[in-house]
Write a protein that binds this ligand. Structure first.
Ligand code: GCW
Length: 674
């Protein structure tokens, strides 16, 4: 059955001509060496080719025409490929001649590189590409490409919409179910090379010997796939686990506790990646509780893992309930002054925007503002604010928009991608994290289309310049079929889908108008929560005269946190991108948009447009019925129906609320509420 378990690694039978073509390029596999990683690469090729062609391919001891050759310089094979600049993880694939025989050579400097190359070749084979004249090289632009699981030790997943956690803590470490290897395969196929197992809202228990053993068991499964494990830690663990009187990072006993803990972890997991920390944010304890800085805290932990080659990822997602400063400014205010103070194995992990994974946010002002600190990107793959498991809202365009954004930190072209790939400021330690959308659902991600977000994160982490559309095309070809009658309409649906969610949820730069707590559905009217910065009215500031958050000099002046060119452009509503208008400006309802219509009419128009887009997706999907397997067709059809209803809910509720404030009529031609 097509229940989605196989993700993009389906290897379904291909048509006869294609099968012959693949068979001609896979008369056998030539390798040397016998590492577990290499064994996985070979097994994956065998599985893929058998699935697509029905033929079993055997390892060969000598070259033969049509062979697939996997080689590293270390194996001594004379290779017509220079692996010099491929690094540890890169690979090259070439249709070439070796000893007079036409072969396909996959070359790399390590078996991990070969594994990635094998997955690339399988992607080409499944995606319908020509296999007789391949000539490509690929190496990751970002060093650490990690998933962050917000998985709790009790099996629930914070902001998870795909069922319970796939980590079966209860039966670990003794029982390692088959799903772990499937998880590792899927990630390795994208080049994801690390995973933080537990929620950033961490429990101290994750550092007890019992849990370290469980993490070690997972690390053992993941290791040959090139995936390291990391743990989120709770700042007060030394107090909670061992009764220390303080968690002050400058207290020698505290530092000694963490050092001993790190030593203990590395004894169990020699290639342990390091720690992820959420401190002094949303009620989590942290160094500021002891009047120390984030740098004091990060550096103390960094010293503990440093002898083992570990790193610390310190999150910049901080805001305090007793801080009257605009929430969008607080992370920059806290962290910018610390630039240059972090140890060399610390990275600061920054969300893509300054508030919280909204359908659209301008890029976070910290990107480009901390040149002496390696900044890691944190994207959210799980769609907390974008329709959770049911709405079809492909995140590729969101990732692309942020990565391409120009910080102007060192003049034009200082994109966010260049900040995080280290090229702008010359950092060698580089990283990107995605908050996973994975759970025990049969399809892993809560819907077939949500798998595309996991896929896109992995592909764009490897190469942050990959266009979201190209990634969508790849995914659609793998998930369904390379048939253009499927790929073209599916990609068209996907590419506009996130903008449609922006339209029906938060048009023109609105943000954080979701219902309280679960963040599902509209709640722009909410104004009575104890913490002011949790109330939607804090963000939209709508009243009879206008709407929007003034972040210019006359308001919170958050614009001043950006480079001067950017700040100047954002400070003027005429030059700020219209898509971010109400993020930066409070404007009268009658303000003229570029289209000539009033702000209010333009808002209503966008709500309507978002709903209409979902209707278009429904029509497109319905037309694909003859081409898609019944199970996945039905799921998507049902989910689109939910999305249509809820887009209308968003539109109607938002318009009704804002009308209660501004008393304005609907523009002519706007749809009537359902
Ligand atoms: O997005 C918000 C979520 C919280 C989350 C927090 C964070 C893990 O609503 O559930 O907590 O951000 O990123 O720390």
């Amino acid at each position: 059955a097509e229940d989605g378990y196989d993700l993009w690694l389906r290897y379904r039978p291909v048509e006869a001509a294609r099968s012959t073509d693949i068979a001609a390029r896979t008369t056998g596999i030539v390798t040397s060496g016998d590492s577990p990683t290499l064994a996985i690469a070979v097994a994956e090729l065998q599985r893929g080719v058998e699935g697509m062609t029905g033929r079993q391919i055997a390892p060969l001891s000598a070259l033969r025409p049509g062979a697939l050759v996997l080689a590293t310089p270390r194996t001594g094979t004379a290779m017509p490929i220079d692996t010099g600049r491929l690094g540890d993880e890169g690979y090259a694939i070439r249709s070439t001649q070796m000893s007079g025989a036409p072969v396909t050579l996959i070359a790399a400097n390590s078996d991990r590189g070969l594994l990635y190359g094998v997955y690339h070749w399988l992607r080409l084979a499944q995606g319908g590409a020509a296999l007789d004249r391949i000539d490509l090289r690929s190496a990751p632009r970002i060093g650490l490409r990690l998933l962050n699981h917000w998985d709790n030790l009790d099996g629930t997943v914070e902001r998870g919409y795909a069922g319970m956690s796939i980590w079966d803590w209860w039966r670990l470490p003794d029982y390692k179910g088959p799903r772990y290897a499937d998880y590792a395969r899927a990630n390795a196929s994208l080049g994801i090379n690390g995973t933080v197992l537990n929620n950033v809202n961490a429990k101290a228990e994750s550092l007890t010997p019992a849990y370290i053993a469980k993490a070690a068991a997972l690390a053992h499964v993941f290791r040959p796939y090139g995936i390291r494990v990391y743990l989120s830690v709770r700042w007060t663990a030394p107090m909670e686990l061992d009764g220390l009187k303080t968690a002050d990072p400058l207290d020698p006993q505290v530092a000694a506790w963490w050092k001993a803990k790190a030593d203990e972890i590395y004894r169990a997991i020699p290639d342990f990646g390091g720690f992820l920390v959420k401190a002094n944010s949303e009620g989590q304890p942290g160094p500021q509780d002891y009047k120390r800085t984030h740098a004091d805290g990060a550096n103390m932990l960094a010293a503990a893992v440093k002898p083992h080659g570990g790193i610390v990822m310190w999150r910049a997602f901080v805001y305090q309930h007793d801080n009257p400063e605009d929430r969008a400014k607080q992370a920059y205010s806290d962290f910018k002054p610390l630039d240059g103070q972090f140890a060399d194995n610390v990275m600061v992990q920054v969300k893509n925007g300054a508030i919280d994974f909204q359908p659209r946010e301008p890029f976070h002002p910290l990107f480009g503002a901390m040149p002496r600190t390696p900044l890691m990107m944190e994207f959210q793959i799980t769609k907390e604010y974008l329709g959770q498991s049911t709405h079809l809202t492909y995140l590729g365009p969101l990732f692309e928009e942020v990565l391409k954004a120009d910080t102007f930190a060192k003049g034009r072209g200082s994109t966010v991608a260049k900040v995080i790939d280290g090229s702008l400021d010359g950092h060698r330690l580089t990283g990107i994290a995605g908050v996973a959308n994975i759970g025990v659902d049969r399809d892993w991600s809560g819907s077939i289309f949500n798998q595309a977000d996991w896929y896109a994160f992995g592909r764009m982490a490897w190469n942050p310049d990959l266009p979201a559309e190209a990634v969508a095309r790849e995914w659609a070809a793998l998930a369904f079929s390379p048939d253009p009658r499927i790929v073209d309409p599916v990609v068209a649906m996907m590419m506009g889908s996130r903008e449609a969610a922006v339209d029906y949820m938060t048009p023109l730069g609105l943000s954080h108008v979701m219902a309280t707590g679960h963040h599902y559905g509209p709640g722009p009217w909410v104004s009575d929560l104890a913490r002011p910065e949790w109330n939607p009215v804090y963000y939209h500031k709508a009243d009879a005269s206008g709407i929007g958050f003034d972040r210019t000099a006359s308001g919170s002046d958050a614009v001043a946190q950006y480079a001067p060119q950017v700040a100047k452009m954002l400070a003027n509503p005429k030059t700020a991108p219209e898509r971010d208008l109400l993020w930066f400006h409070h404007l009268p309802w009658s303000y003229r948009l570029k289209s000539g219509e009033s702000l209010w009419d333009g808002m209503v128009h966008r709500y309507d447009r978002g709903v209409a887009y979902v209707e278009d997706m429904q029509r497109t999907w319905d037309s694909l019925r003859p081409l898609i397997d019944p199970e996945r067709f039905a799921q998507t059809q049902a989910f689109l129906r939910i999305q249509r209803r809820e887009a209308q809910w968003w539109r109607d509720a938002s318009i009704a609320y804002f009308q209660s404030v501004n008393r304005l009529p609907l523009p002519a031609g706007s749809a009537k509420p359902a």
